[in-house]
Ligand binder design. Structure first.
Ligand code: ITT
Length: 210
């Protein structure tokens, strides 16, 4: 089975990426922990491309990368691409964000996710982006998920991401939107490469992407 290296060190992201790809006959592998790619681009997509391409080149395998973050309206889109670098722990990042917003009544924000897939030579072959609008809560709510999930509230469901079951977050979230756009492209890519399909299940099998 074709190996797809997941170019992330974030275990929360990894779990979500695994669940989106669970129906694809790809063998997921985690990038070597000592392989750190510096995020030098100013956009989510730029950084996702960078991570996918560099991890693919180093491992000589297909690689998928996710660059994501939280852009807060009243903070002119901060922390944005610096979301991971906004503090050293999730608690610290959340605390800093809540202090920066203080009592500002403008709580609008969006989570953004960019996904890129590179082939074993590092060439980018697929990409997608997703956005989820919400509001920043005054204090954390819920225990599920990871990262900024406890302070991101989605009006449509009256729940924070951390109060949602994983299936609901998957349906609603920025990453869910990005994968909804990516997965048909991935399936098509496999079909274009003439990968056999199982008659019974319709699931693609025996993929050889390269
Ligand atoms: P990799 O680059 O190794 O994938 P990272 O955590 O450094 O891991 P990013 O640079 O993409 O990832 O930073 C994303 C930040 O936004 C990070 O702090 C995440 O915890 C947070 N984040 C991304 N998606 C999230 C989600 O669905 N829920 C909560 N926080 C999220």
């Amino acid at each position: 089975m074709t190996i797809l290296v997941v170019a992330t060190g974030n275990l929360g992201k990894l779990a979500e990426i695994q669940s989106y790809l669970s129906h694809f006959p790809l063998e997921l592998a985690l990038k070597p922990t000592n392989l750190e790619i510096e995020e030098t681009e100013s956009t989510f997509l730029g950084n996702a491309r960078l991570k996918a391409s560099q991890v693919a080149m180093v491992t000589h395998q297909w690689a998928i990368a996710d660059d994501s973050g939280l852009a807060v309206d009243a903070l002119d889109g901060s922390p944005g691409v610096f979301s991971a670098r906004y503090g050293t722990t999730d608690a610290e990042r959340i605390d800093r964000l809540l202090k920066a917003l203080a009592n500002n009544p403008n709580r609008g924000a969006q989570f953004v996710c960019a996904i890129a897939i590179a082939n074993p030579t590092g060439e980018l072959v697929l990409e997608a982006e997703g956005i989820c609008r919400g509001e920043i809560l005054a204090e954390p709510r819920g225990v599920n998920g990871f990262g900024y999930d406890p302070i991101f509230w989605v009006a449509e469901y009256g729940l924070s991401f951390a109060e949602m079951e994983p299936q609901l977050k998957a349906k609603t979230s920025h990453r869910g939107q990005a994968f909804a756009s990516l997965l048909p492209q991935l399936e098509q890519k496999m079909l274009n490469l003439d990968i056999p399909r199982s008659e019974e299940t319709g699931i693609l099998r025996n993929i050889k992407l390269s």
